[in-house]
Design a protein around this ligand. Structure first.
Ligand code: HEM
Ligand code: HEM
Length: 122
């Protein structure tokens, strides 16, 4: 799973940087939380996780790693997409998406932690 995590991380990096550049040019600083989370929970966290699985290949081959991959990559876009729409439309209704997305993401991260505790060995 190492390469899959690193490849999807690079995808979030591109999106987050485009958003950061557009924010800077248009002075749309209200989107900084979306930019920050796509960079840190998308690019930085997923790239580190990819490197963890490169260092501990046995951990990267488990069902927990696959479940975490999908929960993270469904939860984060739902959470940050909803936050983006909430800010863009000034409509509080989208908060449901941020809550559901963050819970899905949180479960994924819990599975990652369990996986590392169980399978990362020297
Ligand atoms: C071309 C690259 C980038 C551009 C143009 C850019 C642009 C911006 C802008 C305009 C803001 C809002 C600043 C404000 O509200 O005062 C911001 C905030 C932020 N950026 Fe970036 N950014 C870039 C790269 C990155 C990267 C690579 C990371 C992390 C890995 C990052 C993390 C953050 C964080 C955490 C914040 C929120 C800071 C806060 O709340 O004070 N940015 N960025
Ligand atoms: C389910 C996971 C997460 C949730 C629900 C969450 C939620 C939040 C919330 C509500 C804020 C305040 C936003 C604001 O003031 O506009 C925030 C800010 C921030 N979070 Fe998270 N967060 C999560 C994960 C993370 C992770 C894993 C990182 C870093 C790796 C991170 C980095 C930050 C940073 C740097 C800020 C301040 C930047 C900014 O919003 O301007 N968050 N987060």
């Amino acid at each position: 799973m190492a390469a899959r995590f690193i490849k999807i991380a690079a995808f979030y990096f591109v999106i987050a940087i485009i958003l950061g550049i557009v924010m800077g040019i248009t002075k749309a600083f209200s989107y900084s939380s979306v930019h920050a989370h796509l960079n840190l929970v998308g690019w930085v966290s997923l790239a580190i996780i990819g490197l963890v699985y490169y260092a501990y290949p046995a951990a990267g081959k488990t069902a927990l790693a696959t479940w975490h991959f999908w929960l993270h990559n469904i939860g984060l876009p739902v959470m940050q997409g909803s936050l983006f729409l909430m800010l863009y439309t000034q409509s509080e209704g989208y908060v449901v998406g941020t809550i559901i997305g963050s819970l899905v993401l949180g479960v994924g991260i819990l599975l990652f932690a369990i996986n590392v505790w169980q399978h990362a060995r020297d």
